[in-house]
Design a protein around this ligand. Structure first.
Ligand SMILES: *Cc1c(COP(=O)(O)O)cnc(C)c1O
Length: 432
């Protein structure tokens, strides 16, 4: 499979090259050259297939012959070795829990898949072809990437995080692993970390010394495997025989965009809903037809504090850059922190369901969309375990949350990180 740049000013590349490069040389996001629907028999038989078989059928066309069948199946077997439960919350409303992986964030699947693809491509290289994954995190990305890439041969991971701006649990997930993972604590905010990473990608001084790549959802190997979630949910709910609507709490819009890709493959999804916080660029766009990027503002659903979502351009491409087509497939709603907290409280008191702030917004958006709909079944994605947001959860609910073993395991480990405060310090680290 070849990939083209959405800026249309760079050569087409293979899957491997797109994964290693991350972003095209013209700064465009990579997009697959063709998308072929899965056969009807796949959907007719899906309930008889296990998750790994489904995932293989879904992702195979995007990789072509670049990873042989047995190797790809082994990668998927390893990536998908935890559960994706779908919990009934109330009549016709389900939560798809994507947080049962090693760092309890939905990003685990994408990070693990990307890591294993890079590991596979490096294995065949005779010369030393070490790749450095450079990533800025405001919280959950760093932990998922650190855990996903831990111990992968030929890959070094450098994570930049803003000092004092990530939770204690998140910081431990980044700083306690060691081996090929290095955490850099930046004296600044997330935007400073992001700016340093961008500067590094533009700096030619690394040529011949380091191959740098990114592990954000702009990377196709992190983005595409998120399609699996929508197929897994369909498999669980197919027998209900109702129209299926997905509500996805969104920040960079990678996850929902993967759902739209699943729809392109023929998955019968009736409609998408996006829930966001005060960072409401996309709901505004759907209302006005004008895309106006904004400076991001801080909220209690901080993984969605994004003012200019990087995957939105892929969403447009999937809808032939036609506003009406997109608006018929996607509805958007935004909520304040107070409404988010109220939603968490409501889900707990009415349905005994503990949602994290992101999932609670997904639920609100879904309810808003379904208000006047019949014969429709709604699924909201629960993107992180509520334990990761203890400090912003209502206190009475916070104390009901049990400590999962994955989190307990990092609590008493020592944090190891290198403090930096400017780009030159990052550069001298990378060139040392
Ligand atoms: C990353 C993240 C999101 C947003 O996902 P996108 O793919 O960037 O839209 C939502 N919730 C949580 C908990 C996340 O970590």
């Amino acid at each position: 499979m070849n990939y083209y740049s959405l800026n249309h000013k760079a050569p087409k590349v293979s899957f491997e090259e797109a994964v290693v490069k991350g972003l095209a040389p013209d700064k465009g996001l990579y997009f697959p050259e063709s998308i072929t629907k899965l056969p009807d028999t796949f959907f007719q038989n899906i309930e008889k297939m296990d998750n790994v078989t489904i995932a293989y059928e879904v992702i195979q066309q995007f990789i072509g012959n670049e990873i042989p069948k047995n190797e790809l199946k082994a990668i998927l077997d390893d990536v998908l070795n935890f559960d994706f439960p779908i919990e009934k919350v109330e009549d016709d409303i389900y939560a798809l829990e994507l947080y049962h992986g090693p760092t309890m964030a939905f990003k685990d699947v994408g990070a693990r898949f990307m890591a294993r693809c890079l590991g596979y491509f490096n294995k065949d290289k005779k010369e030393n072809n070490e790749v450095t994954v450079l990533v800025a995190t405001s919280g959950d990305t760093g932990g998922a990437v650190a855990s996903g890439f831990l111990g992968v041969d030929g890959v070094e991971v450098v994570i930049l995080y803003p000092s004092g701006k990530v939770s204690d649990i998140q910081e431990r997930q980044l700083t306690t692993l060691g081996q090929n993972i290095t955490a850099l604590e930046v004296d600044g905010v997330f935007d400073d970390c992001q700016a340093m990473v961008k500067q590094a990608f533009l700096d030619s001084d690394y040529e011949g010394k380091r191959v740098l790549t990114s592990a954000n959802s702009i990377n196709i190997a992190r983005w595409l495997p998120q399609m699996f979630y929508f197929f897994i949910a369909y498999k669980a709910l197919k027998s209900k025989n109702k129209k299926l609507v997905f509500s996805v709490p969104s920040g960079n819009y990678g996850n929902i965009c993967a759902g739209m890709m699943a729809q392109k493959l023929g998955l019968p999804i009736h409609h998408f809903v996006t829930g966001t916080n005060a960072n409401n660029v996309v709901p505004n766009y759907l209302e006005t037809g004008k895309y106006v990027a904004k400076q991001s503002v801080q909220t209690i659903s901080n993984a969605m504090d994004v003012g200019d979502p990087s995957n939105f351009i892929r969403i447009k491409e999937l809808h032939n850059n036609n506003f009406e087509t997109l608006r018929n497939n996607l509805s958007g709603y935004s909520y304040s922190d107070a409404e988010t907290t109220e939603s968490i409280e409501n889900l707990y008191s009415k349905f005994n369901y503990i949602a994290d702030p992101h999932g609670a917004i997904g639920y609100l958006a879904l309810k808003a969309y379904l208000k006047d709909k019949t014969h429709t079944l709604g699924v909201f994605l629960e993107t992180a375990h509520p334990i990761k947001f203890l400090d912003v959860m209502p206190k009475t609910i916070a104390k009901e949350i049990k400590m999962p073993p994955q989190i307990e395991a990092v609590l008493n480990k020592d944090k190891k990180r290198i403090k930096i405060s400017n780009y030159n310090q990052l550069k001298s680290y990378l060139l040392s």
